[in-house]
Design a protein around this ligand. Structure first.
Ligand code: ZN
Length: 295
């Protein structure tokens, strides 16, 4: 059985082509643990997870990378976030079940894809908003990567209930190219295009590369773990409540037994009854307790 929840980088030396293989298993199941997604939305969400993991690795950033798609279609929001530790989280929100996983059907015409990067490598957060080009999210992401990095890119994905997988090829910039082989890119692309959904989902990275590029020299680098993990916590939620102020919370507690906050990303629920709230605010100076001077 192949390794689970891994991201692999490789280099096809004889073609001057960089690549990645991402195969998400438990991470992908954990991402859907609390939400029953219709099949078409599941496909798009799986592609978004794979695409964001690939993108985060390509940027070699120290921070987090967020992919967000918004549109007027049946799925009005899709968001996936991956950090440099390989921790990812994400969700989709929908009004109706789309009839296919074509991006125009899922998100509607004029939907946009936003890529946001917060990283210590950049002075300021980066945000790029682009139209969704192509039929699938894999196409759209392939276009984005080709344009933003000015390097030819090919992206193939396969999503089912057990795994979400992707194979990415990118031509090396000419400054890094070692061979004089003009045909390298088209050869690599041609070999990659023969991959089947089953091969991409089931074969280990080594075996997959051997099958696809058997005539080429391929170097496979160490794999990296990918895991579903949400950065929400009781502490963060508590700080948010303190930020709201005691008066607001007392209004809620006057009508119900506790204050419940549900994390949008992982659906974890944090509940606070009046005792919890008292403990939370003890020591915390809320805005409402701060004397204000009235002139
Ligand atoms: Zn969460």
């Amino acid at each position: 059985m192949r390794e689970q929840d891994k991201q692999h980088r490789f280099l096809i030396e004889t073609c001057d082509v960089n690549g990645q293989i991402v195969q998400l298993d438990k991470c992908w199941k954990d991402a859907r643990a609390r939400t029953e997604y219709p099949p078409t939305i599941q496909t798009v969400l799986g592609e978004a997870f794979v695409a964001t993991v690939l993108l985060a690795a390509m940027l070699k950033m120290d921070g987090k990378c967020t992919l967000q798609v918004r549109g007027p279609g049946p799925v009005h929001l899709l968001v996936v976030q991956v950090n440099s530790e390989g921790e990812c989280r994400g969700l989709a929100r929908w009004k109706d079940e789309p009839k296919s996983h074509d991006v125009k059907t899922v998100f509607g015409e004029d939907a946009t894809m936003t890529i946001a990067i917060e990283s210590s490598n950049y002075d300021e957060p980066y945000q790029g908003i682009v139209p969704l080009e192509g039929d699938t999210l894999a196409d759209a992401m392939g276009h984005y990567l080709s344009n933003s990095q000015q390097l030819r890119t090919q992206l193939i994905m396969s999503v089912n209930t057990d795994s979400a997988s992707g194979l990415l090829l990118q031509k090396l910039p000419s400054s890094e190219a070692r061979t004089e082989d003009e045909d390298g890119w088209s050869r690599a692309k041609q070999f990659a295009s023969t991959v089947t959904d089953e091969e991409l989902a089931e074969l280990g990275a080594q075996e997959l590369l051997r099958r696809l590029f058997f005539e080429e020299t391929v170097r496979l680098y160490d794999a990296k773990d990918v895991v579903f993990k949400c950065s929400c916590s009781r502490e963060r939620t508590g700080n948010m409540l303190i930020g709201l102020g005691m008066a607001e919370i007392e209004d809620i507690l006057a009508e119900r037994d506790d204050v419940a906050i549900t994390c949008e990303f992982c659906d974890a629920e944090y509940r606070y009854d009046s005792v919890d709230i008292a403990a939370l605010f003890k020591g915390a100076v809320s805005d409402d307790d701060t004397p204000t001077q009235v002139h």
